[in-house]
Design a protein around this ligand. Structure first.
Ligand code: 13P
Length: 316
């Protein structure tokens, strides 16, 4: 069942966070739905601009509608990840997306507000909810690259003004994470003081944490042992999700870790079985491993086991 993120956030706020996972293809979609069902978790399915053009946006929509039929117990939101203004309008008008993210964080404060406000007005007129972004995360995400020197934590006072002036439904905040596999050097981690200050000014308002992959070291080692070359990668300690969710972080974005699962499965299989050329062999293993990965993440997020509670709330 496709629902809005607003309904999911209402159920989760202050108690746990909803996992927001990016998908690009059939195997990821199957693993995603299976993993959420196995762990009895509601979830947010994210589609990036890169994913929409990887095959065709219509192909993705068909895939997700079919998954909804194959897994009729699922409860999820369909969300555009990091959209520009034009892509947001396309998704809002499609009648398929229940949520969009307008990312105008590369513009100055007033310009970000003006663009976000226009998208909010168009979205709310069609019952679609809007995530916006304030502050700058470092790292690389598809078409967006932000140097660490340009990364900027969200200012709590600005966050309050931004939400009031735009009317957005949730806010992605820069609180020490970055996109991609190379996040932290040394012992850098989440800035809980900043999250707490934002929550103080915006009590009850859902915050979103991007760049939340953990980049597990054993996964990186397995990828490298099978011919990969991922150096110095380190991510967010998943045991910190809990504390973040009590401070209002209600949506946690995870993409890189899933890509690592894909890379490990395919590298290991082709190294160990060089005679294989049946694409379904790694595909089958990946779907099962991805489902396991999703269920584990939901355990850390606290969304595991919440499916029936959420069903009651959304069907009331
Ligand atoms: P990761 O690169 O840490 O997985 O973050 C993904 C993300 O924030 C998508 O918007």
């Amino acid at each position: 069942m496709i629902v809005t993120t607003k309904k999911l956030f209402k159920a989760a706020y202050g108690k746990y966070a909803i996992g927001a996972y990016n998908i690009n293809n059939l195997e990821q979609t199957m693993g995603l739905f299976q993993g959420n069902l196995d762990s009895q978790a509601p979830f947010i399915l994210q589609i990036s601009e890169g994913s929409r053009s990887y095959t065709d946006k219509a192909m993705l929509e068909g895939l997700i509608r079919s998954a909804d039929e194959v897994f009729p117990q699922s409860i999820f939101a369909v969300h555009l990840d990091h959209g520009d203004e034009e892509t947001c309008y396309d998704c809002i008008n499609s009648g398929f997306y229940s949520s969009v993210m307008i990312d105008a964080s590369m513009f100055d404060f007033d310009e970000n507000i003006a663009i976000t406000k226009r998208v909010v007005e168009a979205a709310h007129a069609k019952g679609v909810v809007v995530e916006a972004e304030l502050g700058k995360l470092g790292g690389v995400e598809e078409h967006i690259t932000v140097d660490e020197a340009d990364a900027k934590l969200t200012d709590p006072d600005e966050a309050k003004e931004f939400v009031e002036r735009t009317g957005c439904d949730s806010l992605a905040v820069a609180i020490g994470t970055s996109h991609g596999a190379f996040k932290f050097t040394g012992s850098q981690g989440l800035h809980f003081n900043v999250i707490a200050e934002i929550q103080k000014r915006l009590p009850g308002f859902p915050l979103v944490m991007h760049g939340s992959s953990s980049v597990p070291q054993d996964e990186v080692e397995r990828v490298n042992a099978a011919g990969g070359n991922l150096k110095g990668a380190k991510g967010v300690d998943a045991s910190q999700f809990n504390r973040a969710s009590t401070l209002g972080v209600t949506k946690v974005n995870i993409d890189t870790d899933g890509r690592l699962v894909w890379t490990r499965v395919h590298r290991e299989l082709f190294l160990e079985q060089p005679e294989v050329f049946d694409l379904r062999k790694p595909g089958k293993i990946f779907m099962a491993e991805y489902a396991k990965f999703i269920a584990e993440k939901n355990g850390y997020l606290g969304s595991a086991g919440q499916l029936e509670n959420v069903r009651q709330l959304v069907t009331e």
